[in-house]
Design a protein around this ligand. Structure first.
Ligand code: PLP
Length: 394
């Protein structure tokens, strides 16, 4: 009989969003007609911006005429979009060749697929609390996982130390769920560590567009030495509202090499084997997000989510609860009051204020006792949630 991948049996069931959905459903069944204030899930609430919509429509029209129709697209991305993204990095002082940029169907897909580049014996370090897919994708592949805890004592931004025995280093900055952002010096320490060890950093920059403090790095390639140790995975999901449209990009420098193998060339080989490219229509829509018009419109949307963050952090300041995030990230991460565990706090907020958030325990053991609010929700709901939180907890 066929041997299946037994590592799937080692996956811990992710009850997080399932449990949230079940509890929310049960509450609504018992209290029909209640309007819940949903600050749980990290999905955007605002539509695609007009510049992107116009480009998508135009691209659909292109596909309707013989002269402008596109069939299969290049597997690693359309040259027009690869060049546009490289030019976008250049504006921040990061020089990339267009051939170092790969267009993807989103960060999640890429975070899983990129593991094809590494041997199963390579151990993966995950800084926790973390986006759950990092651990699960490596468990499926049968890799050893090094769980690196973080907490209030280090602002959820741990430093490397020589005892960390791992080869693939996940770094997410700005972080989901904590909203913490590595400074240049802190990130430089990880780059130096990776180069010393011969490890590879998988830098998840899904939330880089939320950075306001311009001393903080948006890209790991702003740091010296990153071109020999890092891959950056980014997405238009949270930058430009592409969660349901699906588009992202990955940067693999030509200079990234281990044991005589070049990771960029390996990824070209991987993509040309395992994909037939991303839809022409989506790539045209994505390119519009990088035009001056697109950037300005996206900035307005991000500003709306930032106002939500301010509404929530103002309420937490009034209440006097410890939190981080919100300023340079679309998540606010707070310490549950009075030592409450995160699921008890979830139930309490649902019952007493009809607010749905995300319990920190779902992001790793060290997330217990903390709670995540997403700022991607409706502004009126967020304002109402802030009022109810203040009334309930002050
Ligand atoms: N990385 C992080 C840290 C995320 O929080 C998410 C989505 O919430 C993703 C990646 C996935 O993004 P995408 O929609 O591009 O798959």
């Amino acid at each position: 009989m066929i041997e299946l991948n037994r590592h799937y049996a080692e996956l811990k069931d992710s009850y997080l969003f399932y449990n949230i959905a079940q509890k929310t459903k049960a509450y609504l069944a018992a209290h029909p007609g209640t309007h819940l204030l949903r600050l749980g899930i990290g999905d955007v609430s605002q539509p695609l911006c007009p510049a992107v919509i116009d480009a998508l429509h135009e691209a659909v029209n292109d596909q309707a005429a013989k002269d402008t129709f596109h069939g299969y697209m290049p597997e690693c991305g359309a040259p027009f979009l690869r060049e546009t993204i490289a030019a976008h990095y250049k504006k921040r002082g990061v020089e990339l060749g267009a051939d170092e940029v790969f267009v993807s169907s989103g960060a999640s897909d890429e975070l899983g697929d990129i593991l094809d580049l590494f041997d199963r014996s390579a151990a993966a370090m995950v800084i926790e609390p973390a986006y759950p897919a990092y651990v699960d994708a490596n468990v499926m592949a049968g890799r050893r996982i090094v769980h690196l805890s973080s907490g209030r004592e280090n602002g959820f931004l741990p430093s490397p130390d020589e005892s960390i025995d791992a080869d693939i280093l996940y770094i997410c900055s700005p972080n989901n769920p904590t909203g913490a952002v590595f400074t240049r010096e802190q990130l430089q320490a990880w780059v130096d560590f990776a180069n010393r060890r011969g490890a590879v950093i998988l830098f998840d920059a899904a939330y880089e567009a939320y950075i306001e403090d311009e001393t903080l790095p948006h890209s790991i390639f702003e740091l010296e030495g990153a071109r020999t140790c890092a891959i950056e995975i980014c997405s238009l999901s949270k930058t430009a509202g592409f969660t349901g449209t699906r588009l992202g990009y990955t940067v693999i420098p030509n200079t990234l090499e281990r044991g005589g193998l070049h990771l960029n060339a390996m990824w070209v080989r991987n993509r040309t084997t395992k994909t037939n490219g991303i839809s022409y229509i989506l790539q045209k829509g994505g390119a519009a997000a990088f035009t001056d018009e697109g950037r300005a419109q996206i900035k307005e949307q991000i500003a709306l989510y930032k106002r939500n963050a301010k509404t929530l952090t103002d309420a937490l300041d009034r209440i006097g609860l410890w939190y981080c995030g919100g300023h340079n990230a679309p998540y606010v991460w707070l310490h549950c009051p009075d030592g409450t565990d995160s699921w008890t706090f979830f139930d309490f907020l649902l019952r007493e204020a009809q607010i749905v958030g995300t319990p920190g325990a779902g992001f790793g053991e060290c997330g217990e006792g903390f709670f995540r609010f997403s700022t991607f929700g409706d502004p009126d709901d967020t304002a109402e949630a802030a009022r109810r939180l203040t009334a309930l907890l002050r």
